[in-house]
Design a protein around this ligand. Structure first.
Ligand code: B12
Ligand code: SF4
Length: 450
């Protein structure tokens, strides 16, 4: 049987190390026809060890998973391309196996990564398609004809969401699984793929598809139970927006209860108005943390962002989540199209009215291809069509500069510990590693709530 080594290249440990869920699905699509092994660089101690593992496994194919492009932090930007180049340099010294790229970050810049890393193939979008690529290569077929597969001849990338089955292979005994359990205790799962909304700056519908594909709630609960039995102390639901289907998310919660899932869990939510009692029902099924993608509390900005809610909805969603006793975080994106002193003031004064929560402020919005913000930035001459956006470019409001926004938010925050400004090196990311090392579990941002 041919052997496939699947390497998770992510080594970012902030805000905490993230279990390489995507590779469980890729391995699930390859089994039983291919033998697979997952090598997680979060757990691999050095580049030398990477070389040793590649040499010893003697793979026929190597899959290289690219999750993060950069830390998406305007205040202290850090790109990961050179890290990946170093890893691939070592891999190439130890193996002649075809190297295939994939992953969510890869999907945003498939041609750029392909060229910069000198890969043999790439798979944009869902990695289940790797099975088609390998079968085609085995049969000496034409790989370039598979939608989403990138070869040296590809000049534009087109693909549709994967219509076949989804299988996750989870190994509770793998060393890397034990690493996540011992450090923060967080494992993750998915209940659906795709997001039906079209927020102007967001890549998720491009990465996962613009239609929801719902997984069977009983199967999701079965997975959650396996994570719990393996020792998970917290489960992160990685869906773009867990409540994008109220009905399905409630079915998942009920299935969790039926299956005896007792570990706390959380995920991303859109602050749309939920049916009465929604958050209480989720809380009864173990939901403990709600992360709202709020972005602004000014209706003009929310409509500029094409968000599926207005500021009043955010307050109502917050009220219900608070009533259910949940830990709440709101994420804000400042500096979008038409942001000015007035819109910013409205948002900050709105934040003052949200009780008992943590607020993450991202100042400056990363411009990604395949988004409406990209078109706006192009029209406004902030970027050129030929520009390589892998080197992060942040949208600039013509009315308010990035440093000005940061200054206004910092002044308004007046040192409040639950106001976190900037992504990468902020207060939380300095505090959290220490808490994990002392054995605390979960996302832990709730410790910042005053
Ligand atoms: C959930 C999530 C988080 C959670 C993760 C929690 C957890 N414990 O899992 C949290 C909030 C912690 C988080 C943090 C960050 N995140 Co995040 N996150 C996501 C999200 C929404 C889903 C990722 C996921 O798990 N998907 C589910 C799995 C099943 O899918 P997948 O991994 O993509 O794998 C599939 C395919 O990609 C492919 N595939 C994967 N690997 C491979 C390999 C091969 C060879 C092949 C062929 C295919 C393949 O097949 C898989 C199955 O179909 C994505 C956006 C998105 N919708 O994808 C952003 C995303 C991955 N995050 C992103 C970023 C930037 C970050 C942060 C750096 C933000 C920050 N500044 O703090 C941090 C980094 C954290 C870290 N330590 O790495 C970016 C990465 C791109 C970029 N700009 O760099 C994304 C893409 C969002 C975006 N802005 O576009 N994130
Ligand atoms: S921001 Fe959230 S709700 Fe909007 S398109 Fe992206 S994932 Fe969907």
């Amino acid at each position: 049987m041919k052997k496939v080594l699947l390497i998770s290249a992510n080594r970012m440990k902030k805000p905490y190390p993230v279990y390489p869920l995507g590779l469980d699905y890729v391995a699930g699509a390859l089994k039983p026809r291919y033998q697979t092994k997952i090598l997680d660089m979060n757990f691999c101690p050095s580049l030398d060890m990477l070389g040793v593992q590649v040499r010893e496994y003697e793979p026929d194919y190597i899959g290289f998973s690219i999750r993060n492009i950069d830390n998406t932090d305007l205040m202290s930007p850090r790109g990961f391309l050179s890290d990946y180049q170093d890893m691939i340099g070592i891999i190439r010294m130890q193996s002649k196996a075809p190297l295939i790229l994939g992953g969510s970050g890869y999907t945003v810049f498939p041609l750029e990564f392909f060229r910069a890393l000198g890969a043999d193939f790439g798979v944009a979008g869902e990695g289940e398609r790797l099975s088609l690529l390998l079968d085609t290569l085995e049969q000496k077929g034409n790989a370039a004809s598979i939608p989403g597969v990138i070869t040296s001849e590809t000049s534009s990338v087109r693909y549709l969401p994967w219509k076949g089955e989804l299988h996750r292979v989870f190994d509770p005994d793998a060393e890397y699984t034990k690493f996540y359990i011992s450090y923060g205790g967080m494992l993750n799962l998915q209940t659906k793929r795709g997001c039906p909304f079209r927020c102007s700056y967001c890549t998720y519908p491009h990465i996962e598809g613009g239609k929801m594909r719902l997984l069977d709630p009983r199967e999701v609960a079965h997975q959650a139970r396996r994570l719990q039995d393996a020792g998970a102390k917290y489960i992160f639901v990685t869906d773009s927006a867990f409540n994008a289907s109220y009905e399905h998310s409630l079915q998942v919660a009920r299935a969790f209860k039926d299956r005896g899932v007792t570990v706390p869990w959380g995920g991303f939510f859109a602050p749309t108005v939920p049916p009465e009692g929604y958050f209480q029902q989720l809380a009864d099924a173990g939901l403990s943390h709600v992360e709202f993608g709020t972005e602004s509390l000014c209706d003009t900005m929310l409509s500029n962002f094409r968000k599926p809610f207005a500021a009043a909805d955010v307050f109502e969603a917050h009220r219900q989540a608070e009533k259910a006793g949940l830990h709440i975080a709101h994420y804000f994106l400042l500096g979008g199209p038409d942001e000015n002193r007035e819109t910013l003031r409205e948002t900050l004064e709105g934040v003052d009215r949200l009780n008992r929560a943590v607020f993450f402020f991202f100042c400056g919005i990363r411009i990604y291809p395949h988004t409406a913000l990209y078109e706006t930035a192009l029209r406004e001459g902030q970027i050129q069509a030929s520009q390589n956006l892998m080197d992060p470019i942040f949208y600039r409001s013509p009315f308010l500069s990035g440093p000005e926004i940061i200054r206004i938010v910092e002044t308004h925050a007046a040192g409040r510990i639950n106001w976190l400004i900037g992504a990468g090196e902020g207060k939380a990311t300095r505090i959290l590693p220490r808490l994990y090392e002392r054995g605390h579990t979960g996302p832990l941002w709730e410790y910042l709530i005053a």
